[in-house]
Every structure is written in C-alpha cells, then in structure tokens.
Write a new protein. Structure first.
Length: 283
C-alpha cells in the first residue's frame, strides 16, 4: 500500500492545529471532507491517529509517530518537485553565505556548460543547509558548524574571526584582541555561536545579559554595532566585505577559525555538482 501524500498533508495540518475546523480552513477545504480523508488514512494505516471529543483533539502514540515521519517525507517530496522543475528549466543554483565570493567558479561553470543557467542564492546562518534539503539550491557554500545529516561536505578554506566594534570603542585602536578583552561587552551574536566569550562574559556570569535577538542580515547587525549597542564576531571575509568607517574590525587571536565547506545532498549524483566542487576548490 502506498501512502497518499495529500492525506499526509491533511494529517499534518490537523496534527499541528489539533483542531479540525482550523486545519480545514488552513487547507481551504470543507471540514467534512477533511474528516473523511483522515478516517481513510487511519483505515489505510490500520491505526487510530487522533483522540477526538466535543472539546479537544489530541494525537495518539501512532499519530505522534506519523507526525515525526510525515514532516521530512513531505519536505522531501516538495524538494523533489522543485529540483525536477529546476532541471527542466536547465538551471543550477549556488547558495552562498555573506562575505563569500563564488564569482570565478560560477563563470567557469557557465563557460563549461553554456546551456545551463547558473543562479545564485544568498543564505544566512539559519537556512544555509535548509536550502539544500528543500530543493532551493543544488550546492551551498556553508560556514561550519552545520547539521551534516544527509549531506556531503568538501572543505574549502578556514579563516580567522574578527570582532566588530564601534569606531570610537576603547579597543578600536588595537590590531588584535583576545577573548578575555571582550568579557565586559554585550555580544550581538547568539552566545552559543561564540562559546569562548559566553564562558567568561560578565553579563552571563552575573545574570544581567539582555535577551539575544535574531538579526536578519549582517548589515542589520553592523548598524547596531555602529550605534554602540554591542559587539559582533564575524569571519574575516565577511568583515572585509562589509567594511565601513564607523566600525572597527580587530582580529580575535584566541578564537578558533571559521571553516568553510561546499555542501550538497549526499544522495545526489549530478555531474554539475562535482564539476562545480572542483572549480570552486581550484579558485
């Protein structure tokens, strides 16, 4: 018996909403239709998925297991459709993190495969791997650490990490600092991304740290640095790419380097992926 992906999408909507009415509205279908589809799925799987009464809807143990398995299955199906559509258009998409330049490798790939349209996709710390799994990109130039599950990674280079300070900061005139010099500062990165700072930071030790906020871009983070709201730790290439006169960039001597790799979905065997990997390594 093959599992119907449409029924799985219906199931996930109910499982996330825990309410048939809201799930039906989200799916733009009538509630009785949704109820019939869920009953049909339960019949096919020979398992009760929901416990439902007049006041609430909850998942059974079988339902919780199905939800755990259904989400990645639906994501894979969506990625498959996107990759097939991309292949039909003759496009190859390269994702890259801020500060990383892939121009030379892209030009070489375009020259070698003139019938292929090479597209570019800028990523962030949050989606640099996600774009591979959901089919938006064929390859992604990532900054470690990343979740390596299901991926092939090829090392490219390592680079030092810099601290970015307001131009008139007390440390701004130095060529380099150590992590201990930053213990009194407010870090604008996620503290878990710089554990060396987190372990010695005064605001963490005394419990006065303000809640870390997520920034949508390097530019946004640098605006806060320039306004004197904290410091940021970024790789050197990012620091050089986003240089500006109202902030200072200093090497942090005792932070481990940032490793950069090319990543792709391990199950994929496209010749374009391996060709681009060799081109990128060569440049």
């Amino acid at each position: 018996m093959d599992v119907d992906l449409r029924k799985l999408r219906y199931f996930v909507a109910v499982a996330e909403e825990l309410h048939f009415g809201r799930a039906a509205a989200r799916l733009h279908i009538a509630q009785p239709v949704l109820s019939r589809q869920i009953r049909a799925l339960e019949g096919e799987l020979r398992a009760q998925l929901f416990v439902r009464d007049n006041r609430s809807t909850s998942l059974t143990e079988a339902g919780r297991q199905l939800l755990e398995d259904a989400r990645p299955l639906l994501a894979s199906a969506s990625a498959l459709r996107r990759r097939v559509a991309t292949a039909a258009r003759g496009t190859f998409t390269v994702a890259f993190m801020p500060g990383i330049t892939v121009t030379d490798a892209v030009r070489s790939l375009s020259s070698r495969y003139p019938d292929v349209s090479v597209e570019l996709l800028r990523t962030t710390w949050d989606d640099q791997v996600e774009v591979l799994h959901d089919g938006r990109a064929d390859v992604s130039v990532v900054r470690l650490p990343v979740d390596r599950r299901g991926l092939s990674l090829r090392p490219l280079f390592s680079e030092p990490r810099m601290v970015v300070l307001r131009a008139d900061h007390r440390l701004a005139g130095k060529e380099s600092v150590r992590v201990g010099d930053l213990a009194d500062e407010h870090l604008l990165n996620d503290p878990d991304a710089v554990p060396e700072w987190r372990d010695i930071a005064v605001e963490v030790r005394d419990g006065t740290a303000s809640r870390w906020r997520e920034f949508r871009s390097v530019e946004e983070k640098l605006e806060h640095v320039a306004a004197g709201r904290g410091i940021a730790v970024i790789p050197r290439s990012t620091s050089e790419y986003y240089s500006r006169s109202d902030v200072a960039h200093l090497l942090v001597e005792d932070l481990p380097p940032n490793d950069v790799c090319l990543a792709w979905v391990a199950a994929r065997r496209s010749p374009l992926i391996f060709a681009f990997a060799e081109l990128l390594r060569s440049v």
